[in-house]
Write a new protein. Structure first.
Length: 75
């Protein structure tokens, strides 16, 4: 994590742009938030499924209960 904090302190390059490290860090953060949001959406959808639908995809209500109670940042 300290590498990422150091990246945030980078200044503009001589050409006026930002370093590729700083841009990569920002891109990674945006991707992480997008993935976390998608996981939350998928868990909400799973919570709305009935027993027959769960059986069709090979899951039990206990599997779903464990999955939907995970925090959004956990895979």
């Amino acid at each position: 994590m300290s590498r990422h904090l150091e990246t945030l302190r980078l200044r503009k390059t001589a050409g006026g742009g930002y370093s590729s490290q700083a841009l990569r860090f920002c891109r990674d953060i945006l991707h992480w938030f997008a993935a976390a949001g998608e996981r939350a959406n998928q868990r909400r959808a799973l919570s709305r499924m009935g027993k027959e639908q769960l059986r069709d995809i090979g899951l039990t209500p206990d599997d779903i209960d464990m999955e939907i109670h995970k925090p959004f940042w956990r895979r």
